[in-house]
Design a protein around this ligand. Structure first.
Ligand code: PRX
Length: 664
């Protein structure tokens, strides 16, 4: 128990948190002593960031061929880092630890949702990775080929990513919560040659067939030659029948490994060789294929992991509760921790199954020292109550982190007090799929924190605030940019250089990266992220585009038109509100709401289901026909309507406001 039941009575906790809300700044907890020195990094990066990164690349990574060129800035924004160097990322994550005598160290303590436990050592992971790499080769996969990965949180997901990296194939991981339609779309646009998936996935005591759902969508894909299937739930989990397999195309993961040679030397890859594509939402319906390359990306993940999580690989146990299908999983479940030789927990299940205390139980069981999660998850835990964490001994924790969205001070304080026992620094880490690695974050043990602020840039990064027309701001509210290239920056959008330049490097020119967030900079140089400035919605820390959801909704035969906006939500940060006009005078009812929500779940995934659907006879449009989402947001959030005179039909808004008020 972290505290007595008395101090944890809900009323007392509430009062304590209220009191703490008045505290603006929290100094590093006295009992926390930083292990890794950081002052020299701060000084070196400030003096010469390029030289700093070159030094770190030599210090932290193992190169097959050392680089002589650090940064090529001849053709911005197409920057190249360490371009004449060669290295292999799986060798950096696996072989070098095994070679150093740490093969027996646990890479992942895997916890299955029905209580299964598995310890995967570095030697185990290396063995599995080599076989799978050879298996992929036997299916014709080579350098530059794209391999899709659609797997739940099972250890094979890490092996799959590393096996691709081992032979120079490019992985394209799709979040396990996405629908098969979204998987197909991502395989199609990336010309994936092979897809690695699973027979079925468990979630809260139920099993959903995955392979058959994938099959139903994947039929016509010309590029896709093979599907590798991990048998995770077996016939028993699928109602008595193993997953369907198509002769000549599909192969069981276990069979592929059994037939494969156990030795697969890691291929030295040019530092700028593509490592992975990760699709993320932008302002149009078409997801953006964010492309990361080998050397720079690994350096970003490796260095920031060390700087931010201050980990001693020999003694710490780290746990990031994200899904590997997001960038957080790529950088801080797989590459950052493994490159540093860390021991991590990988958990298959949900935070509320079998009970609300499962996370805290795991922290106690594995004596987790560093825990990294999302504000939305913390808010859910607050709702469930402090009694669940209080059932367990959380005294092993020394450091806590958050990512994905701004954290509200109340959630920060609860995390600090109830989970961290007031002795753990909290690192609120700001970054993006595009940045590849954490860019703004407190340095634990050094930076004083202010709840709700990601604080200051890490060494080597240059985020800055500018006005709408690009003038630098030293304080106030503005648009977030990054003024200098950094090693783990995205290199382009897959097969779409034009969109890459247009999205990130057109507004302020080719050397200033446009983040897409608005932020405030305070007098101490602390960044406070406000939110997106584009049509991207952040639901529970997951990025979705309004256009993507709209296009899924209008694909329904009953829908004539739809406009999607975000509404502030206590639980999920933002929630999706859809204004929908039905075709042919159809009247929307509860059944139609359910049908539309289901329809969106089937096309994108459950996370994209609108929380509210409002039937609209008409949508507010400008004279040129553009939907004014700003007004819809005002109406959804119950604000007074602003200027409606630019609308083609100003009466539309009044009608909508009445509808929303009626709907409650
Ligand atoms: O708006 C910012 C928000 O999440 C966006 C990036 O989303 P994604 O690429 O999916 O990556 C999420 C995980 C790195 C950002 O543009 N965001 C991320 N972290 C924070 C945040 N907003 C505020 N505070 C954060 N710590």
């Amino acid at each position: 128990m972290t505290t007595t039941d008395e101090t944890r009575s809900p009323g007392a906790l509430e009062a304590e948190l209220e009191r703490m809300l008045a505290v603006e700044t929290f100094d590093p907890p006295a009992g926390f002593t930083r292990r890794g020195p950081i002052d020299a990094d701060v000084a070196a990066a400030a003096a010469d960031p390029v030289a700093f990164w070159a030094d770190k690349a030599r210090e932290l990574l193992t190169w097959d061929k050392p680089f002589t060129k650090v940064l090529n800035e001849e053709n911005p924004p197409f920057y190249k880092w360490f371009e004449d160097g060669e290295l292999n990322l799986s060798a950096n994550c696996l072989d070098r630890h095994v070679d150093a005598g740490n093969g027996d160290r646990v890479a992942f303590h895997w916890a299955g949702e029905e209580g299964e436990r598995l310890a995967v050592t570095y030697a185990d992971l290396l063995a599995e990775t080599q076989r799978l790499a050879n298996g992929l080769r036997s299916l014709g996969v080579g350098r530059g080929d794209v391999v899709g990965i659609f797997l739940p949180m099972i250890p094979q997901v890490a092996a799959a990513m590393l096996a691709c990296a081992r032979i120079g194939a490019v992985h394209n991981v799709v979040f396990g919560g996405f629908a098969a339609t979204a998987v197909k779309e991502r395989m199609e646009v990336s010309d994936a040659k092979v897809l690695i998936t699973v027979d079925g996935a468990r979630r809260k005591g139920r099993t959903a067939p995955v392979k058959s759902a994938v099959d139903a969508e994947m039929g016509e894909l010309a590029s896709l030659e093979h599907i590798i299937v991990v048998e995770a739930v077996g016939a028993a989990g699928l109602g008595g029948q193993r997953a369907p397999m198509k002769a000549g195309r599909d192969v069981w993961y276990a069979d592929l490994l059994a037939a494969a040679d156990p030795v697969c030397p890691a291929e030295p890859m040019p530092a700028e060789a593509p490592l992975f594509i990760l699709y993320s939402s932008g302002s149009t319906a078409k997801p953006k294929g964010i492309l990361h390359t080998t050397g720079g990306y690994l350096l970003g993940a490796t260095y920031t992991y060390r700087a931010v999580f201050d980990l001693d690989p020999a003694t710490d146990v780290y746990w990031c509760s994200a899904d590997v299908g997001w960038i957080t999983g790529h950088s801080y479940i797989v590459y950052g921790p493994l490159a540093n030789g860390a021991t991590s927990v990988m958990y298959e299940g949900a935070p509320d199954y079998p009970d609300y205390d499962v996370w805290w139980k795991l922290i106690d069981e594995y004596k987790v020292t560093v825990f990294y999660t999302a504000p939305t998850a913390i808010r859910a835990c607050i709702k469930w109550g402090a009694e669940y964490p209080d059932r367990h001994d959380l005294s092993s924790l020394r450091l806590l982190g958050t990512v994905g969205e701004p954290i509200n001070p109340k959630a920060w304080l609860w995390y600090h007090k109830v989970i961290g026992g007031e002795r753990c620094p909290i690192v609120d880490t700001w970054w993006q799929t595009e940045t590849g690695a954490i860019m703004i974050s407190p340095i634990p043990g050094v930076t004083s924190t202010k709840p709700g602020s990601a604080t200051r840039p890490l060494p080597g990064y240059s985020p800055a605030l500018v006005t709408e027309d690009g003038q630098p701001l030293s304080e106030g509210v503005g648009v977030l940019v990054v003024t200098k290239p950094w090693p783990s920056m995205l290199r382009t959008l897959y097969k779409d250089d034009e969109r890459f330049v247009e999205t990130y490097f057109s507004r302020f020119g080719p050397t200033t990266y446009l983040v897409g967030d608005a932020a405030r900079l305070d007098a101490d140089g602390y960044f406070w992220i406000i939110g997106r400035i584009d049509d991207v919605i952040n639901v529970s820390g997951h990025r979705l585009s309004t256009a993507e959801v709209e296009s899924a909704i209008v694909a329904h035969e009953a829908v004539a038109e739809a406009a999607v906006v975000a509404q502030a939500d206590e639980q999920t940060g933002q929630a999706i509100v859809a204004f929908v006009t039905l075709s042919g005078g159809r009247i929307g009812d509860d059944a139609t709401v359910a049908e539309l929500r289901e329809h969106v779940a089937a096309r994108i995934g459950k996370l994209a289901r609108p929380k509210r659907i409002i039937w609209a006879d008409d949508l507010p449009k400008t004279r040129s026909g553009k939907i004014m989402r700003r007004l819809l947001r005002d109406v959804a959030e119950g604000r007074a309507l602003g200027d409606v005179t630019t609308l083609r039909d100003p009466a539309v808004m009044a009608a909508l406001a009445t509808k929303v008020a009626e709907a409650g």
